[in-house]
Design a protein around this ligand. Structure first.
Ligand SMILES: NC(=O)c1ccc[n+]([C@@H]2O[C@H](COP(=O)([O-])OP(=O)(O)OC[C@H]3O[C@@H](n4cnc5c(N)ncnc54)[C@H](O)[C@@H]3O)[C@@H](O)[C@H]2O)c1
Length: 361
């Protein structure tokens, strides 16, 4: 795969959540590949976010609105007639889901239903990738890697809402995008991608470890690690994005044989605890200072301690393995933020990183 990939040239692509961290990187990659990229999301006013740092609004067709606003969303879909849809719009923060569970469920569950309902009327639709999370599984903290066939669940409202988003997708597939009706009453193949924790430049979300660290550096403060021992499958943002892209190509070209759910994550050796990740970041950004607060920790809402994924299904189906191990992942994240802290042109930095990544594929 390279940046002027023939497949994507001129394809009409809708990305929900394009103003967010993953959606911005995905938009940039697909713009570079020649796609006609439309976005639907809430506005993003944070000047440090990748969306604003690379002036993405000037480069793509942006529509602003709530994902649950079916009137607005269906007007956008009618106007843009997407062939491929990546659904990333969500309330993605576990801690916020404790503060506002109903908003989280509304956005993540009704939002998914609203989008899929609007897409039923889209004649040109060929492929949909719904981005959920590795937290969709019922987690008994055994530490065993989750497989796609494992039981869905979720301790906190975010995890539960994403498990519900999976169920909504599954019922819309059987009811409206049924594989047996493919090529008869519809032409769309749908998949869900359950990705592990992602890091990379330009994430501005609250209550995520790398953005928290970078905010602390900017403000010359010490970051407190709330959950230093929590083990997560870390990967650079480009890794799941390339898999979503490859999956969308397969859905578009080969149809429903590629439908279903896929775990997306790094190899098990790249699962690491929060404190180790921060220590590695510190080796690139010495101004990063952290402490471990045991008193605050006691009053923290529950978050899973252990969460790992079995990724053999997607590796077999797409013939792809993550390119950047944990060290490359952290180095490239640190490079992006260091360049931003020193005032570089982030559009140039971002495009160079994307190009380097794709050259290694
Ligand atoms: N970042 C990670 O580590 C990670 C890991 C696993 C899964 N995910 C999933 O990937 C997707 C993107 O995550 P991200 O990290 O880019 O999050 P983000 O918070 O940076 O971006 C979220 C996007 O969704 C949009 N959005 C939020 N609420 C909306 C609403 N009510 N209506 C319309 N748009 C709305 C925002 O405007 C933004 O564009 C999410 O579905 C998230 O659950 C992220």
């Amino acid at each position: 795969m390279n940046m002027d990939n023939f497949f994507w040239n001129g394809k009409r692509v809708l990305i929900t959540g394009n103003t967010g961290f993953k959606g911005s990187w995905l938009s940039r990659i697909l713009l570079n590949a020649g796609a006609d990229v439309y976005g639907y999301a809430l506005e993003n006013s944070d000047k440090y976010s990748i969306f604003n740092a690379i002036s993405l609004e000037k480069e793509m067709h942006c529509f602003y609105g709530d994902i649950c606003d079916e009137t607005k969303l269906s007007a956008v879909i009618a106007e843009t007639s997407p062939e491929i849809v990546f659904h990333l719009a969500a309330q993605p923060i576990v801690r916020r889901s404790y503060d506002d569970p109903v908003y989280t469920y509304r956005t993540n569950v009704i939002g998914t239903a609203s989008l899929l309902n609007c897409l039923r009327k889209c004649d040109d639709l060929r492929a949909v990738v719904n981005v959920t999370t590795d937290k969709v599984y019922e987690n008994n903290e055994s530490g065993d890697p989750f497989r796609e066939s494992d039981r869905l669940g979720g301790y906190d409202p975010y995890s539960g809402s994403k498990a519900c988003s999976e169920l909504v997708t599954s019922t819309f597939v059987s009811s409206f995008f049924n594989p047996e009706q493919y090529g008869i009453s519809h032409s769309a193949a749908v998949a869900t991608a359950r990705a592990g924790n992602v890091i990379g430049g330009g994430d501005n979300a609250p209550d995520r470890i790398i953005p928290d660290c970078i905010r602390a550096v900017r403000e010359n403060k010490t970051v407190t690690l709330r959950n230093p021992g929590a083990v997560r499958p870390w990967q650079h943002v480009l890794e799941p994005l390339v898999l979503y892209i490859m999956l969308a190509e397969k859905l578009y070209e080969k149809g429903t044989e590629y439908s279903g759910a896929y775990n997306v994550g790094p190899s098990l050796k790249d699962c690491m605890c929060v404190e180790e990740i921060v220590k590695k970041m510190q080796s690139y950004i010495p101004a990063l200072k952290y402490d471990l607060s045991t008193s605050e920790r006691r009053s923290e809402p529950h978050e899973a301690e252990k969460l790992t994924l079995a990724t053999d299904k997607i590796e077999k189906v797409l013939g792809f393995r993550n390119k950047w191990g944990i060290d490359d992942c952290i180095r490239n994240t640190a490079v992006w933020y260091s360049d931003q802290l020193s005032g570089k042109d982030m559009r140039v930095v971002t495009d160079k990183m994307i190009q380097e990544y794709f050259e290694e594929l």
